[in-house]
Design a protein around this ligand. Structure first.
Ligand code: NAP
Length: 251
């Protein structure tokens, strides 16, 4: 096994929002395995978060779980501050936490509208405002958008699609603003990935599989692999990109 000093992300500190389950947990594990110290937030899955920290520590890595509701700006900024305080800085920010609510447009409440924006979009902006001044040359920001930003496969996607299109636009603007500081900003747009949000045996699964040329759902690890690459030193020339990881769904 490679020693910590020879791993791609040795010496780096990463913050992953929504790391307790699903894609976020796969990202936390991958970045830790690549040598980063990983701080991650969770909203309610405390037990899963604690188990993940133990799993990483048992494998020789370093991780810290923080309760921080992405719907609350102070909590998001507080998590960034705690990560910096605990480990002396922040090099990689992965904005992964997100919610997916499906409903006919006329059944959504304005509270749900505001909450969708708060968790899926505003939290990203808040985290970037708090983290970027501390990142410096080589900083990496990776935002989780969705294929639904570009295509709405089912009815009921209005708010989610709006929020993920906003993530893509926000990322592009930030990429320009932060390029002079040596910080890259990219968006990953997954297709169907097998998680609680989109289970591969759920009601939409047969249709989603039939729309995907590779004929299956993706795995959280397959998104985490792209995050790890974008976080690595060799991805320094990639910024403002929108990467569709979707088994060919949009080709
Ligand atoms: N799965 C897919 O097919 C798919 C496709 C395209 C894009 N995405 C995007 O990928 C990201 C991860 O999705 P996923 O499938 O892994 O979802 P998931 O299985 O539902 O997990 C969501 C994660 O986000 C956290 N989270 C949710 N609301 C939060 C809040 N208010 N504050 C803090 N953390 C919160 C959850 O933590 P707690 O349980 O602790 O609250 C959990 O760790 C999301 O941005 C999603 O939109 C997913």
């Amino acid at each position: 096994m490679l020693s910590n000093m020879t791993k791609t992300l040795s010496g780096k500190v990463a913050l992953v929002t929504g790391g307790s389950r699903g894609i976020g947990a796969a990202i936390v594990k991958r970045l830790a395995n690549d040598g980063a110290t990983v701080v991650f937030t969770y909203g309610s899955s405390q037990q899963k978060a604690e188990e993940l920290v133990k799993e990483i520590e048992a494998a020789g890595g370093r991780a810290l779980a923080l309760l921080a509701d992405s719907g609350n700006v102070d909590a998001v900024k507080g998590a960034v501050a705690e990560a910096i305080k605990a480990f002396g800085g922040i090099n990689i920010l992965v904005n992964n936490a997100g919610v997916y609510w499906v409903k006919p447009y006329d059944q959504f409440t304005m509270e749900e509208f505001d909450l969708t924006i708060a968790i899926n979009v505003r939290a990203i902006f808040a985290a970037v405002q708090a983290a970027a001044p501390h990142m410096g040359e080589g900083g990496r920001i990776i935002n989780l958008g969705s294929i639904v930003a570009d295509t709405s496969m089912f009815p009921g996607n209005s708010l989610y699609g709006m929020s993920k299109a906003a993530v893509a636009g926000l990322s592009r603007g930030l990429a320009r603003d932060l390029a002079p500081l040596g910080i890259t900003v990219n968006t990953i747009q997954p297709g169907p990935i097998d998680t609680d949000m989109s289970p591969s045996d759920g009601p939409f699964a047969p249709t989603l599989k039939s729309m995907t040329p590779v004929g299956r759902f993706g795995k959280g690890e397959e998104i985490a692999a792209m995050v790890a690459y974008l976080a690595s030193p060799e991805a320094a020339f990639i910024t403002g990109a929108k990467l569709n990881i979707n088994g060919g769904m949009m080709i």
